[in-house]
Design a protein around this ligand. Structure first.
Ligand SMILES: Nc1nc2c(ncn2[C@@H]2O[C@H](COP(=O)(O)OP(=O)(O)O)[C@@H](O)[C@H]2O)c(=O)[nH]1
Ligand SMILES: [Mg+2]
Length: 332
């Protein structure tokens, strides 16, 4: 373990105690530390995570995915509000699309979740979308753990991306909810199977106004398609609900399905094992990330890289030979 100074030790204690006491200012600071890419912060961040680890693991971790504009943020705001009403403490982790290159709002984006953000029992943390990986931000998993340590018993993770590209997002939650649009099933045949395969609970959103019948038809469509897929889990067959995040219709049924899914994991005795496997895959992804960063930052590698890559692109050097040269340079 890296040595840390007395000053850092005090900062670490303040952060850890604050997080464990549910102090949201300290929680926000702790998340900022964990998200930092500065090397000196990384060691401190890991110590902090270690310090709060015993207090983690007690939430229902829920992912919400679907194409941009399907209504993820709107649904999270509504569901989150209803859960706070029931006495839950709800943390929302979202990738903030407004921080992307475009700067402006996309498709009437509701990512700020203003109403929920004002609630005492809710905590909303948007992360910059600059460095997303598998549908979530670089440190969403660590942020989730900090929120658990701060006493949030439900963590909602809004993802970006669709279906099977969201591996990292899928891999940090217990229940993965996939939102679908009414009538979009046919146009999206290509990705539909991929979407259905990753979802534990499917919800056709925007079932309001003239779209109600269309939404019900889409739900029947998806249910039929699901019957042809081999279930991913033995203990759970994915369910389909019809909702409107705007009017709130169907939200109770959706929440019922999400809870049943979680109960099925507990009953089948797989929740802890799955979380353990998720944690170990995360360890490997951090190892990969650190190795790649170290590799790219290596002086000799940086000196050689551009020319070798150009040779590979021109076809004058086999990729394997270039990789060998770079790896030799890195190891020496
Ligand atoms: N009519 C209707 N509009 C909705 C519903 N849910 C979301 N929207 C609208 O769809 C747009 C995109 O919603 P947003 O939650 O930002 O989608 P996200 O990109 O998936 O997070 C916004 O203009 C919302 O007001 C719904 O249930 N019904
Ligand atoms: Mg959104």
């Amino acid at each position: 373990m890296d040595q840390i100074s007395d000053q850092e030790e005090a900062r670490l204690r303040r952060l850890a105690d604050g997080v464990l006491a549910g102090d949201r200012t300290q929680l926000a600071r702790a998340i900022t530390l964990v998200e930092s890419t500065r090397r000196e912060d990384e060691a401190l961040a890991q110590q902090l995570l270690k310090a709060v680890l015993p207090a983690t693991g007690k939430s229902h971790r829920i992912g919400v995915s679907g194409v941009p504009g399907v209504g993820k943020s709107t649904l999270i705001e509504r569901l989150g509000g209803q859960l706070v009403d029931k006495g839950h403490r709800v943390a929302v982790l979202a990738v903030d699309p407004s921080s992307a290159l475009t700067g402006g709002s996309i498709l009437g984006d509701k990512s700020r979740m203003d109403t929920l953000a004002r609630r005492e029992g809710a905590f909303i943390r948007p992360s910059p979308s600059a460095a997303t990986l598998g549908g979530v931000a670089r440190r969403t998993r660590e942020t989730l753990l900090l929120c658990e340590a701060a006493g949030f018993d439900i963590v909602l993770v809004e993802t970006v991306g669709v279906g099977q590209s969201e591996t990292a997002a899928r891999d940090m939650v217990d229940t993965f909810v996939v939102l679908l649009l009414p009538g979009a099933g046919d146009e999206l045949q290509g990705i539909k199977k991929g979407i259905l395969e990753v979802g534990d609970v499917l919800a056709v959103n925007k079932a309001d106004g003239e779209r109600v019948a269309l939404a019900r038809a889409a739900a029947r469509d998806h249910e039929a398609a699901l019957r042809y897929l081999r279930p991913r889990d033995q203990h759970w067959a994915p369910t389909t609900v019809v909702v409107s995040a705007e009017t709130g219709s169907g939200m109770e049924e959706l929440w019922g399905n999400i809870q049943q899914h979680r109960a099925s994991l507990v009953e089948a005795g797989v929740l802890e094992r799955r979380r353990g496997e998720q944690a170990s895959r995360w360890m490997w992804s951090i190892i990969e990330e650190r190795l790649m960063t170290g590799f790219r930052d290596h002086g000799e590698v940086r000196r050689l890289l551009e020319a070798l890559e150009a040779d590979v692109e021109r076809g004058t050097l086999p990729p394997g030979a270039a990789a060998d040269r770079l790896l030799r340079a890195y190891r020496s």
